[in-house]
Design a binder for this molecule. Structure first.
Ligand code: ADP
Length: 618
């Protein structure tokens, strides 16, 4: 059904139909004219055939004027039988002025001669009194035999004008019409053949026209689907051929421009994908149309979830800005996307996508991760505040002691030395802190050079611990009991370190172990080698470190218990410096601790056993 509908709609069908209709109409008109002309000429020639010639008329008038009726009738009879148009289809009668039939051309009907004429037409003609009677002629259909007849009545007037009678010709037109019909049928058959032939030619021609059009249609459909591989066959150099050429050129051009667009898109895609910044682009209504992977990971949601959504919702800034504000004053803003699991602070930079005409067709937002920067910034602020706070406490205490001394305490021989001792301790601590800060600052800026040398760490560690043992031994009134045990490898382990800085680190760890073990206990120091490292550890049985402080104790100024640390003369910078030193030596410093049970600090230093072998050989 659908195919049939298609056929009726096709140019192919329409051209064939139009051509066939034109042919039909033309043949119809030509046929109508032809048939009517044919009828006319045939009738005309027939009429001429049956017309009574003038010489016969004159002879008949002559005969009718004769007195001897019988003789006259014989002459009339021979005259009529001799006539050229004396056919069997035609009846000729001669009637005199008294309405008596005087002759007929019908051999079988000679009996009517002498009888009165019964034909009303002739009667009427004869009784017509007008002097100049014209010939009467006409074609009538005879209902009794359904034939058409031609009737012709001509007056027979004497030279003086008086009527001698009339001659009546009655002829069957069957033969004439039979001839006409025969020719008409031939014509109709020829016309039908011509129409069929024309239809066939029309189909062939329209096919020739529509086939290239059809091919071009299919090719353009393929182009629209993105298949540029085909080529339309060019049949000739006519308009259709030119159109086919144009379609082929178009296909190449579209393919080229498609490839260019595709390449541009891929380039843009790879630029966007490889950017470390997040990029979002919106349409002019502010709905996201492009978003790169980085932006997706910043905003942490599936990519499809963002496309088509308003940018205000995607960035979650609807409560702070309207789209109009972003467009009118595209500026920069900080978006905090931090959650419980991680910090994320984004810097968003907006700019407009604007055409030459000034029409704003969208908005581009570039997201830059500034979490680290913000953290550094915060750390810096925190550090300044810490330093001022750390210095203010001892300064205030020094200030108040000096004030007390000024107010007269200097005269008190008991109090004065005590107060002076406190001020000295506090200033010492401040100097230590300033020195520590300077060391850290030098390490930060890289100006603190490591004086590296190959040292047998086994020997050095032993030496440093001997010093602590000595202090314990010389302490006459110890406020707590503790001892140091060593679990050392016997092997000499040669490591490249800065001896002074390393000593500082061990001192710091040992001092902490003592400081934060108020009840004393055993401090276990061990030294062993692994495949690529030597590992030193200092283990105490002291206070330990709460779990949530473990990651912070290497931060500057961080102390689990500020009061205790200060009371012990701590600055909160020891572990920070130690960590920097060990890192500068290419090693690692870490801690394991259980609150209330004790802590173990580990130092791992890079170590190459090969070198030791070399030394051994020497
Ligand atoms: P401080 O001068 O305060 O000792 P450190 O940087 O050396 O500064 O140490 C930082 C903090 O780490 C200390 O204040 C203390 O709370 C904790 N700490 C360090 N060593 C130990 C240890 N062996 N046992 C328990 N806590 C310790």
């Amino acid at each position: 059904m659908k195919n049939r509908m298609k056929l009726f709609k096709s140019i192919h069908f329409k051209i064939a139909l139009v051509l066939a209709l034109i042919l039909l109409v033309t043949l119809e008109i030509v046929g109508a004219i032809f048939v009517s002309r044919l009828e006319q000429t045939n009738l005309e020639s027939f009429k001429n055939q049956v017309k009574i010639p003038n010489y016969v008329k004159t002879a008949l008038i002559n005969d009718l004027s004769k007195k001897d009726v019988n003789k006259a009738n014989i002459e009339i009879k021979s005259l009529l039988l001799d006539m050229e148009n004396n056919e069997k289809n035609t009846e000729i009668q001669v009637v005199d002025s008294k309405n008596t039939i005087r002759g007929t051309n019908r051999i079988d009907n000679q009996s009517i001669i002498g009888r009165r004429n019964q034909n009303p037409d002739i009667k009427q003609f004869l009784t017509d009194p007008s002097p100049n009677k014209q010939v009467y002629s006409g074609i009538k259909n005879n209902p009794s035999d359904n034939n058409r007849y031609y009737t012709y009545i001509a007056p027979l007037n004497k030279p003086n004008g008086s009527s001698a009678g009339a001659v009546y010709v009655h002829s069957n037109l069957n033969q004439v019409y039979y001839e006409i019909n025969k020719i008409t049928i031939i014509y109709v058959v020829a016309a039908i053949v011509a129409i069929l032939l024309g239809l066939f030619i029309a189909i062939v021609i329209s096919r020739a026209i529509t086939q290239p059009i059809d091919e071009m249609k299919k090719q353009t459909l393929r182009i629209s689907k993105g298949d540029y591989s085909g080529q339309v066959h060019v049949y000739g150099d006519d308009e259709l051929g030119q159109l086919a050429n144009a379609v082929n050129t178009l296909s190449v051009k579209v393919e080229e421009s498609q490839e260019t667009t595709e390449a541009e898109r891929r380039r843009l895609d790879s630029v966007l994908t490889n950017m470390t910044d997040g990029v979002l682009a919106t349409d002019r209504r502010g709905n996201v149309i492009i978003i790169n992977d980085e932006a997706v990971s910043f905003l942490s949601a599936p990519k499809e979830g963002f496309v088509g959504k308003p940018i205000l919702d995607v960035l979650d800034i609807r409560d702070r800005y309207t789209l109009r504000e972003l467009i009118e004053d595209p500026d920069e803003l900080i978006i905090d996307r931090s959650d419980a699991s991680h910090d994320l602070i984004l810097h968003a930079h907006f700019s407009l996508i604007q055409r030459d005409s000034g029409f704003i067709s969208g908005l581009v937002c570039v997201l830059h991760d500034v979490t680290e920067q913000q953290k550094i910034d915060n750390d810096r602020k925190q550090f300044v505040s810490n330093v001022s706070h750390e210095l203010r406490t001892p300064l205030t205490s020094v200030h108040s002691y000096i004030e007390a001394l000024q107010d007269g305490a200097w005269q008190d021989s008991k109090l004065a030395p005590k107060f002076l001792k406190v001020t000295q301790d506090e200033t010492d601590r401040m100097i230590r802190m300033i020195n520590d800060l300077l060391t850290l600052s030098r390490m930060d800026s890289g100006t603190q050079k490591m004086e590296k040398e190959m040292v047998n760490i086994n020997e050095l560690f032993n030496y440093l611990l001997d010093r602590f043992d000595m202090i314990i031994k010389n302490d006459d009134k110890p406020d707590k009991m503790y001892k140091i045990t060593r679990k050392f490898t016997r092997k000499a382990l040669w490591v490249e370190i800065d001896t002074d800085r390393f000593t500082q680190v061990i001192d710091n760890l040992m001092n902490n172990a003592i400081k934060y073990s108020p009840d004393g206990g055993t401090i276990t120091c061990s030294l062993y080698e692994t495949r690529n490292n030597v590992v030193l550890s200092v283990k105490d049985q002291g206070l330990g470190i709460p779990r949530n402080s473990l990651s912070k104790i290497f931060d500057r100024f961080y102390r689990v218990d500020k009061a205790r640390s200060r009371a012990q003369g701590g600055t909160g910078l020891g572990l920070a410096i130690s960590k920097e030193v060990i890192q500068a030596l290419g090693g690692k410093l870490w801690v394991e601790s259980t609150e209330g049970k004790g802590s173990t600090f580990y130092i791992a230093l890079p170590y190459e056993p090969m070198e030791e072998d070399l030394w051994d050989e020497n």
